[in-house]
Design a protein around this ligand. Structure first.
Ligand SMILES: Cc1cc2nc3c(=O)[nH]c(=O)nc-3n(C[C@H](O)[C@H](O)[C@H](O)COP(=O)(O)OP(=O)(O)OC[C@H]3O[C@@H](n4cnc5c(N)ncnc54)[C@H](O)[C@@H]3O)c2cc1C
Length: 407
């Protein structure tokens, strides 16, 4: 077994977007941070076809961390969100459009390819952090004053606080003895992108049918959008089997001419539609962020925005401990982080679960309820503005690094 040389303030495990943002946020508030996780593969990655619609507070965090300059040229603004009920139901809801301008905003946020996001964050982490270790953690030993991680390159890393940003099968979560509650929907999702003859005009459209939804999200090219197609697992599996052209035909039929003729469709990846919430957010010098802590169905663009809010909230808690020369992995920090994040995570998980069930339902009473809510939103602008504000911000005060800067 190799010797442990340095005791770091924090080790962040996981080089996905949540982990990299957390490592950078902690470095920004003065913590001494090492990041550990596989290097993102260079170039376009067929397995990562997702984009992330990042809301204004997430964009402000990227600005605070010096990452936005690298990303702005990859980011497509979202100025409006349109919801269309294309079901054949008698209780069909009205079409509704939420406009950022109703809140005095230029955009709700920006859509960015996950690959571009991770590459920019990784490059910034390499500049900003004393060490970025390109390997996986294989073992974790919990001690009273530190946690020791065995890393795949044969080294050992000791830290007073470990951040588990290692995704849905988190070794950090298991090592801390934290269980999970899972929700299953028998739904799948396809993430891809496509080009179309009509411009998207910076509008994202959610089109709902019986037991399924298709969401288009603008890309930088006015004639290209990313796509999330959610439906019953069997339907999604069948769509994945189709050759590119046939999939384009199926998409064209589903969109019903919404963005004109479909030209090319990119690589497709299938994701399970599942919900997961960790029973606790922290224990034994380990805190969880991103998908290690919570997974939401891909409806309403909430998942990664929630992970970014974890990162910024943890930075506030650690900054406070460092300011009083406290222990960044102490119980008080873990408790403060749990207090700061619990309500936001619980309300988003509940809200997205409810939305998934209501939007993907063919059951009469739920469809009727959905119709009534959408009618109310359409005809009552103050209610619409209130719903938009809830969608954009957490129920608690925004963490420091997410507050708008002049930049
Ligand atoms: C179809 C779809 C569309 C979505 N659209 C949006 C959207 O528009 N907006 C939004 O906010 N969210 C969206 N999401 C959610 C978002 O994609 C996820 O929340 C986000 O990618 C999760 O990032 P993460 O860093 O938490 O986890 P991951 O990306 O899973 O990263 C985990 C990292 O940990 C590493 N790792 C794992 N084990 C170890 C180990 N032992 N040691 C070291 N490293 C390890 C992995 O290699 C990986 O790099 C969408 C999700 C889906 C499925």
């Amino acid at each position: 077994m190799s010797e442990v040389h340095t005791l770091h303030d924090v080790a962040v495990v996981g080089s996905g977007p949540s982990g990299l943002v957390t490592a950078l946020a902690l470095a920004e508030v003065g913590a001494e941070v090492v990041a550990i996780g596989p290097v993102p593969a260079p170039g376009p990655r067929a397995v990562e076809t997702r984009t992330a619609a990042l809301l204004t507070s997430s964009i402000d965090l990227l600005k605070s961390l010096g990452v936005w300059e690298r990303l702005a040229c990859h980011a497509a603004p979202l100025t409006a969100i349109r919801i269309i009920d294309a079901s054949r139901s008698l209780l069909r809801a009205p079409d509704i459009e939420f406009k950022a301008s109703e809140l005095g905003l230029a955009a709700f946020g920006y859509n960015i390819a996950n690959t571009a996001l991770t590459d920019a964050l990784y490059a910034r982490a390499q500049e900003r952090l004393p060490a970025v270790i390109p390997a996986s953690v294989s073992n974790i030993v919990l001690g009273a004053g530190n946690v020791v991680l065995s890393v795949g390159d044969g080294s050992q890393v000791a830290a007073r606080l470990v951040v588990g940003a290692d995704g849905r099968r988190s070794i950090c979560r298991t090592s801390a003895g934290i269980g999970v509650s899972e929700r299953r929907y028998d739904q799948g999702a396809i993430a891809t992108s496509f080009s179309h003859s009509l411009p998207h005009t910076d509008v994202s459209t959610e089109l709902h049918k019986e037991a399924g939804s298709v969401t288009t999200v603008p890309l930088l090219d006015p004639h290209a959008s990313s796509l999330i197609w959610v439906g019953p697992s069997a339907e999604i599996a069948a769509l994945m089997q189709l050759a590119g052209e046939r999939f384009g035909d199926a998409l064209s039929e589903r969109l019903g001419g919404l963005l004109g003729a479909i030209d090319t469709v990119g690589a497709r990846t299938e994701f399970p539609v599942a919900g997961l919430t960790a029973d606790r957010l922290a224990a034994k010098r380990i805190v969880l962020v991103g998908e290690a802590a919570h997974i939401l169905p891909p409806i309403g663009a909430q998942g990664l925005n929630l992970g970014f809010r974890d990162a910024a909230a943890l930075a506030d808690c650690v900054a406070e401990a460092l300011a009083r020369r406290g222990d960044p992995g102490g119980d008080d920090v873990l408790e403060a982080y749990t207090r700061a994040r619990r309500l936001d995570i619980m309300t988003r998980a509940f809200g997205v679960d409810l939305m998934s069930r209501a939007l993907l339902t063919s059951r009469g009473p739920l469809q009727a309820a959905r119709g009534i809510v959408l009618h109310g939103l359409k005809s009552f602008p103050p209610l619409r503005r209130a719903v938009m504000r809830v969608g954009l911000s957490p129920p608690t005060e925004l963490p420091s690094l997410m507050r708008p800067t002049s930049g």
